[in-house]
Design a protein around this ligand. Structure first.
Ligand code: FPP
Ligand code: MG
Length: 326
């Protein structure tokens, strides 16, 4: 069963709302490259994890959720997709979800503008429809986008830096991945008038899931094939990303020596050699343990919310994230 089915969420309704973010913009001509590129991006799949988190959050409120919740869910996906457009340019990635990345089709300059428009459009709409009493909505547009950019900047600054600390790695991962997920659950909850206390717990739950998600993503670079990833395996290592498995591998002096030799000019075979060494070291299982610690944290938050019937949806999300582990 698909995640949205297990959560009993109508994805069609969310998808229509996402499309309308661009089709309802009277300043964007219908068949322009801008409009068709965005519709293509949105239509190219994706699990809609962030919108689902908004909806699940809204099930913890004191009133039933309405249009505002769906708008927030759509906004969350728009921000996420915009960030991926930029991310693929930054990472020189040719593929996204197994399909050619947008910049390979439109050129880099157009793709940058498309990503900018998408994130700006979300900020425009959210501020237009937000009154003083629901200021929390700005958490999504402002905090999440700023943190995303910051996380990505930190990642760039830290590339090929084999002296980074665990704290730096965790902070970057929090900014680039976990805080958007945390914010999705929080704004979903507040959109249906949850208490601040519940919104805080859901934020912490989303943050823990997001941290585990990023660590799993970092592990996939070592464990999955290009066919599964929809992009070449070992990309992170090749681009100097010191992810959690690499941080642990660096603690082994023999591995440290070879990892430190990887730089922007390393050959494919040099990277492939180090990739194999890390794969068969203890680094991967140690990273798995940290991912599991975050999942355990998330599980303990569910316990604190067990009085709410929707806590079963948090269980469903948790199981889904845990299954990525295997
Ligand atoms: C995926 O990283 C990328 C992110 C989680 C965030 C990227 C954010 C930006 C580029 C900032 C720009 C933001 C906006 C709103 C325009 P990854 O490369 O680790 O994952 P991947 O395997 O999916 O490529
Ligand atoms: Mg990337």
């Amino acid at each position: 069963m698909k995640l949205h089915e297990a959560l009993n969420i109508d994805l069609g309704e969310i998808d229509r709302e996402i499309e309308q973010l661009v089709t309802r913009d009277k300043d964007v001509p219908k068949h322009s490259q801008l409009s068709s590129s965005i519709l293509e991006l949105i239509g190219s799949g994706g699990k809609r994890l962030r919108p689902l988190m908004v909806i699940v959050g809204s099930r913890f409120g004191r009133k039933t959720s309405g249009r505002r919740t769906i708008q927030l869910a759509a906004a969350a996906e728009f921000i996420h997709v915009a960030s991926l457009v930029h991310d693929d340019i930054i990472d020189s990635a040719e593929l996204r979800r197994g399909q050619p990345a947008l910049h390979t089709k439109t050129g880099i300059t157009s793709a940058v503008h498309i990503g900018n428009y998408m994130s700006a459009r979300v900020i425009e709409l959210l501020s237009k429809y937000t009154s003083d009493k629901d200021r929390y909505v700005h958490d999504l547009s402002a905090v999440a986008t700023a943190q995303l950019c910051l996380g990505e900047y930190q990642q760039m600054e830290l590339a090929y830096n084999y002296d980074i600390s665990m704290e730096q790695y965790l902070e970057k991962s929090r900014n680039k991945t976990a805080l958007l997920m945390a914010t999705c659950l929080r704004v979903g909850a507040l959109s249906s008038d949850s208490t601040e206390e519940v919104a805080k717990l859901l934020y912490a739950f989303g943050e823990a899931l997001g941290m585990s998600f990023q660590i799993q993503d970092d592990l996939l670079d070592f464990t999955q094939s290009e066919a599964v990833l929809g992009k070449p395996a070992g990309s992170d290592l090749r681009h100097g990303q010191v992810t959690l498995p690499v941080l642990y591998a660096l603690q082994d002096p023999a591995l440290e020596a070879v990892i430190r030799k990887i730089g922007p000019d390393s050959t494919e075979s040099e990277v492939a050699y180090v990739l194999e060494l890390i794969k068969f070291s203890e680094a991967l299982s140690r990273a798995e343990e940290i991912s599991q610690d975050y999942l355990d944290q998330a599980a303990s938050i569910i316990q604190q919310l067990s009085a709410y019937p929707a806590h079963v949806d948090l269980e469903t999300l948790l199981q889904y994230f845990a299954a990525r582990d295997r």
